[in-house]
Design a protein around this ligand. Structure first.
Ligand code: GRF
Length: 189
């Protein structure tokens, strides 16, 4: 049994999609959800599925006796970042080599890095008059959005598109691909 911890900061629609998809795989367990935003909707989604959720602050994330210790105590095998907005500290990256995955709502390396998240990304794409956008699923290292790319999928962007309509297209790609790529990556561990 491979045990996953999901880290999220916001609504958690990707987290819920992952929980539902992997719930059909007896070899994988979504063990727990970790969130840095008290009251974030992802916490209600976790509760709906009976998955323990932990809210933490920056000190607890940075402290080796904090979140890292808890991940070890829960024997977590793999970490999924599903809309988690903070940088993962080096101590956790080093403890989970090749075992932390993230989804970014654009075609990295473009439109990545600190501050490029959520609607900021889609607004920048529309403002730049890009003809396409998409998703990037990548391994996580100690720098924002720079780990090895595992998968990308594209969607067209037309002059009629708004940041909101681009977000809808990108979310559709996320829900279609992220759980499957997570499952495939776990099977190769
Ligand atoms: C998604 O667009 C994802 O690409 C980005 O953060 C967003 C999370 O959305 N990393 P949700 O919280 O899963 O609805």
């Amino acid at each position: 049994m491979k045990k996953i911890a999901i880290f999220a900061s916001g609504s958690g629609s990707n987290a819920e999609n992952i929980i539902r998809f992997l719930g059909q795989n007896p070899e994988i367990s979504v063990d727990s959800v970790y969130c840095n935003v008290p009251g974030a909707f992802v916490l209600q989604r976790a509760e709906k599925y009976g998955i323990p959720a932990y809210v933490f602050n920056r000190c607890e994330l940075q402290d080796p006796e904090g979140i890292l210790k808890q991940l070890r105590e829960r024997t977590i095998d793999f970490i999924v970042l599903a809309g988690f907005l903070w940088l993962i500290p080096p101590g956790i990256v080093e403890a989970f080599p090749g075992r932390i995955i993230n989804i970014h709502p654009a075609l990295l390396p473009a439109y990545g890095g600190k501050g490029m998240y959520g609607m900021n990304v889609h607004r920048a794409i529309v403002a730049a008059g890009e003809k396409e956008s998409g998703i990037t699923i990548h391994l996580v290292n100690t720098r924002y959005d720079e780990g090895d790319i595992l998968f990308q999928a594209k969607c067209p962007v037309t002059p009629d598109d708004t940041p909101e309509s681009v977000a809808d297209k990108v979310h559709a790609l996320e829900y279609q691909h992220f759980p499957r790529i997570i499952e495939q990556t776990l099977q190769q561990l």
